[in-house]
Design a protein around this ligand. Sequence first.
Ligand code: FAD
Ligand code: NAD
Length: 474
Amino acid sequence: MAQEFDVLVIGGGPAGYVAAIRAAQLGLKTACCESNAYADPKGQPRLGGTCLNVGCIPSKALLHSSELYNHANHAFIMHGIKVENVSIDVPSMIRRKDNIVTQLVTGIKGLFKKYKVTFLPGHGSFTAEVDGMWKMTVGEEEVIAKHVIVATGSRARHLPGIPVDGKLIVDNEGALQIDAVPKRLGVIGAGVIGLEMGSVWKRLGSDVTILEALPDFLGAADQAVAKEAWKIFTNKQGMNVHLGVQIKEVTTSADGVTVRYENDEGDQQVQFDKLVVAVGRVPNTDGINAAAVGLSIDERGRIVVDEHCSTNLHNVWAVGDVVRGPMLAHKGMEEGVMVAECIVGQAGHVNYDAIPWVIYTHPEIAWVGKTEQELKAAGIPYKPGQVPFLANGRALGQGDTTGFVKVLAHAETDQILGVHVLGTNASELIAEAVLAIEFGASSEDIARTSHAHPTLSEVMHEAALAVEKRSLHF
Ligand code: FAD
Ligand code: NAD
């Protein structure tokens, strides 16, 4: 006898597991299936998706470990702390990261128990619509569901002629498992993964070279931020970043990986001990039998959805990386909540204008809303307020005054349109700006809000004051 549910979620990543928890909280009989075992020692499918297993969480663990190593080598001395013979035990660092992943993955299993979500280990796919219900297959079993939420996520994009063997050439999964510091590390793609993973290994001593196809660095970020970040990552930190690159050939040998590429200076050749391919991600839509039920998929392989993540099929929804919008865990989670609330007739909603972006390099880069170049292109009148961390007491105390906060407010209404932070703890500071945009706040609202002293958040305050040219400490 087939099991029957109000909701079946396909995929146990952040979009899927959050959708399942919210649906169960709202009283729906809910199941969530997942097929990927990731690094599970018993080979059992694991919850958490890309984010917990091979994405956000493990990468941030390695970023923190490598940052501490970097501090011990270069920053402790300014505090009068002398340490000698600092060394890195890479396998221990990797083990710590793996333990954090296991802890969080186990935590989601616990949440499923708490909220009575049924976990169905196995691959989920559509079979047919029968009498308004969805007949599905999970593993070998048949499952009947009134609503289906597709949250199958994405996987690393690979390039033709560049075989990812998991040893010499790796994608994001292999980049998190490197067990010794490579002398020369190559990265194809100066996007988020390229910069984050490049930073990890650069701090641990690798000579890092990043090859990027586009002529501009961090094109999606505010240009003032991208320009400053470029100077810091290349001149100060010594990462070699080459733009406008066309990869011609990648070969492997006993000596490592050889990459032949072309840029505006002609043909180039470079040798690496390891190569990370980080050129974006593709949505997982094959394998769910979408064609058999007529589920609409666009030319980029994404499931077509409306603003409420409803697909072209009755009671079929799709959330997270498998649909349009930024491939970010928190965006997927918000969509999961929205869909569960829409299913029970509530006013589920995601404000796509208030989704923050963070790049966890050092300094961190974070933003929400529009960039200055976007406002210019759209002809929207705006007033900027930009203040550096340089004179901030807390930043000086921490010995890290790099970067700035920039607030962009509408020239007539003063409504905040965009906020950009380059600096230490930018990932945490941006939360205030996200809330401001969510509440439709003006720069004056932040300017009139008390900010604890001494904190880095005072720079956000000063930048808001600077919109009306009345900053007090700059
Ligand atoms: P996924 O997390 O990909 O989960 C989908 C799950 O569905 C997978 O486990 C897959 O196995 C499963 N699945 C697929 N098809 C089926 C099927 N037919 N049946 C059963 N199960 C199926 N985002 C951030 O916001 N912050 C970060 O710091 C960040 N860092 C990242 C670092 C790296 C290295 C990478 C690769 C990504 C990072 N991301 C980050 C992006 C983030 O991981 C994704 O946006 C997020 O995981 C998407 O969630 P999702 O649930 O849509 O998909
Ligand atoms: P990305 O889109 O951020 O960057 C890929 C880069 O590769 C781009 O700059 C692109 O121009 C370049 N590229 C593409 N083809 C190329 C080629 N043939 N040769 C050279 N360069 C090429 O993608 P990513 O870094 O792989 O990360 C994937 C996604 O995962 C991101 O878009 C993001 O949504 C998510 N992610 C988020 C975080 C975070 O939030 N901190 C961290 C990591 C990943």
